[in-house]
Ligand binder design. Structure first.
Ligand SMILES: [Zn+2]
Length: 696
């Protein structure tokens, strides 16, 4: 070993500790394409060997391949590096260019501080730096700042180029349906007449109806389809024709490109995350207000409508909105419908919306099919009964008895989790012990006995891999542990359960608070109507399910329907009674027809007609021949038909006394008593007609 090659900053205390080689490529593309850099980074291990580190002390941290250095969030390797350095287990940190370790200055300075405290060197291709020494630290700090600045300039250059291109209206993007790029890369109307017509029709229909849904409905009613241009539509690529959705109409109406305007910056994307926030692969995109659009070039390309029309359409859409952004999501709102925002349709699985019927009765409706495609409303249900049932289920679920069971289950789960954990600890212990055994075996063997030594080394390596695997599995196992419940917490929970029903029903509790309370325990509620009940499936926050059934409330048409019991009575009475008699009888009994309060002969007659109930009894005045009263007397017309004579003959016979008749007043209809004997004696064998002018 030659002393001269060992640089003065590198001492034995460093060599005895680990050499950490940190590798990173910012993007997966760099990892794939820029293999030269990766190879150079791996060669750092050779440099560590040259500087005097032994093989087992050299550790490569390459988990961060494909992660940006702009922040340490989500970079496992960097975190590990900082941990190792912080624990004083590292002698030196190797990186291709020291400043590549972290592109963010805060991460970089933090690492330097820790390196200085734990006497850890920073080594790159160019030199060895000791962050404990003032000059080196200054240099490293400066390089870190430069590195971050470089990232900033790089981004600005790229973005600046893009902006400059957009300002000239030359930045290309995916064109909306109805436009194409021509050979000279200018935006032109789609040469396909059918596509152009479809776009124009959409704008015309909106101009007439002023509602996006009305446009969808008209397209659906005519079974018309709407074109969708695939990405980068070339001369040969096909346009897909699909049913028009309301979302699509809104997209088109909101797109200023149709007014011939080139706009850049309608949305803004934010990718930076706060410390502790989960890293995002894609940024969060927000729309930018029209007044703040950065680049707006009028008359840039052929238009389907004028800018004024575009603005008017936007305003109309804004005026049409019944739901504003602020109350858009499923947040608990003021209204009386308890399940608002958590109710799902049992038929199609979509989320149901709330509408209020007169009297502030909630109604749950599945109308997305209608809203999106102009189709039918899937189902709508009166919500008051459902709300009551769910509230009751909720309160029952939190009775002290139920909670006792839940707590017991919770403890059982906890005990099981503890058992699992113990099992894991044993497994880990065993793996570590075996690795240690393998290590000792390897160290004990005579190095000259190479064959055995190599086999034992392999064995040791294999054991170490097993330990690593076991530790990884242990870290990844589903988390089941929670802090155990003490007796005091149990008491508190049980006391709360007793207070809950009172709290729920208290007049000071607002409906919003009830909804919030409900959402603490219930994930969603699915409603499926199955005549004559509604099945309610409650999914609790624990993923357990409860099903209930409530009687389906009568529809408004059903409330106007006459009760089946009344109809049954009518069927019996109709055989022997006239409609007027039945009406009188029903009224006396206090029975009512459908929605109104009293029966009349005509209502009875209508009911018989509607339910096809034949009458065994001839009806009152004006009824057909054969008309007979409840007391068995016949009308003059009926008597005339039975006896084969004219009505005037009957009148003569009544006056002469051959027939016995009653009359409420002079000139009122006569009601004639006929018996089989009378019919036999008076009946004529054939109809005798008086001259026409004599009949009355
Ligand atoms: Zn549905």
């Amino acid at each position: 070993m030659s002393i001269l090659t060992v640089p003065p900053k590198l001492r034995d205390t460093h060599l005895q500790r680990q050499a950490l080689i940190y590798l990173r490529q910012s993007t997966l593309i760099q990892v794939r394409e820029n293999t030269g850099s990766t190879t150079r980074q791996y060669q750092l291990a050779d440099r560590a060997r040259q500087l005097g580190w032994l093989e087992p002390q050299i550790r490569i941290l390459d988990q961060d391949q494909g992660c940006s250095g702009a922040s340490s969030v989500g970079r496992e390797g960097f975190e590990q590096l900082v941990t190792e350095v912080g624990l004083g287990r590292a002698g030196a940190v190797f990186s291709l260019e020291a400043s590549r370790l972290a592109r963010s200055c805060s991460d970089w300075y933090r690492l330097l501080e820790i390196c200085a405290l734990t006497d850890t060197l920073v080594i790159d291709e160019e030199g060895i730096y000791d962050p404990g020494q003032y000059n080196d630290r200054l240099l490293l700090g400066f390089r870190g700042t430069m590195s971050e600045a470089e990232l900033h300039w790089l981004r600005n250059r790229l973005l600046g180029g893009k902006l400059a291109k957009a300002a000239r209206g030359e930045l290309r993007w995916h064109l909306p349906t109805g436009y194409c790029y021509d050979a000279a890369q200018r935006i032109v109307l789609d040469p396909d007449e059918a596509v152009q017509q479809a776009v124009r029709l959409l704008f015309t229909l909106f101009e007439h109806s002023g509602s996006a849904l009305a446009v969808v409905k008209q397209f659906a009613a005519q079974r018309l389809r709407f074109p969708t241009a695939p990405w980068e539509r070339g001369a040969n690529s096909e346009v897909r024709w699909q049913p028009l959705s309301s979302e699509r109409v809104l997209q088109i109406l909101h797109n200023p490109a149709y007014a011939g305007v080139y706009v850049y910056g309608r949305t803004q994307t934010r990718t930076r995350t706060l410390p502790g926030e989960a890293p995002r692969l894609k940024g969060r995109t927000r729309p930018v207000k029209l007044a703040e659009w950065p680049i707006l070039l009028f008359d840039h390309h052929p238009a389907y409508l004028t800018w004024e029309q575009f603005l008017r359409n936007r305003q109309r859409l804004e005026d049409n909105r019944t739901v504003r952004d602020e109350d858009r999501c499923g947040a608990a709102r003021e209204g009386g419908a308890l399940l608002q925002g958590v109710v799902l349709c049992g038929r199609c699985g979509r989320r149901m919306t709330v509408r209020y019927l007169p009297g502030n009765i909630p109604s749950y409706e599945c109308n997305q099919q209608h809203k999106q495609w102009g189709g039918k409303t899937c189902q709508s249900l009166r919500g008051d009964g459902v709300d009551r049932a769910v509230a009751q289920a909720l309160l029952e679920a939190i009775t002290p008895a139920q909670l006792e069971i839940a707590l017991a289950t919770f403890e059982a789960v906890e005990a099981q989790a503890r058992q699992f954990d113990q099992q894991w600890q044993r497994q880990l212990e065993r793996a570590r012990y075996e690795a240690e055994l393998a290590r000792r075996r390897y160290l004990a063997v005579d190095p000259d006995n190479r064959l055995v030594a190599r086999r034992l080394e392999q064995d040791w390596n294999a054991r170490l891999t097993e330990v690593e695997q076991a530790e990884r599995d242990y870290a990844r196992r589903p988390a089941t542990q929670r802090p155990p419940l003490g007796p005091r917490e149990r008491e508190k929970i049980l006391a709360l359960a007793q207070d809950l029903p009172a709290l729920w029903h208290a007049p000071t509790t607002t409906q919003t608070q009830r909804k919030q309370l409900l959402r603490l325990l219930i994930q969603d509620v699915t409603l499926s109507p199955q005549d004559p009940v509604i099945r309610i499936a409650i999914r609790w926050q624990t993923n357990a399910c409860t099903t209930l059934e409530v009687t389906r409330p009568l529809r408004s048409c059903e409330t106007r329907r006459t009760a089946p019991a009344v109809l049954a009575r009518l069927r019996v009475l109709a055989r022997t009674h006239t409609d007027a008699q039945i009406a009188a009888q029903f009224n006396a009994e206090g029975l009512t027809p459908g929605a109104s309060h009293t029966f009349t002969a005509s209502k009875v007659s209508w009911l018989r007609y509607a339910y096809q109930i034949p009458s065994g009894c001839p009806q009152g005045p004006g009824a057909c021949p054969g008309g007979q009263r409840g007391d068995g007397r016949y009308s003059a017309k009926a008597a005339a038909a039975l006896l084969n004579v004219d009505v005037s003959t009957i009148a003569d016979w009544c006056q002469s006394g051959r027939l016995e008749a009653v009359q409420t007043a002079p000139h009122r209809p006569r009601w004639i008593r006929l018996t089989p004997e009378i019919i036999n004696t008076l009946r004529r064998p054939y109809r005798q007609r008086k001259p026409r002018h004599h009949t009355d």
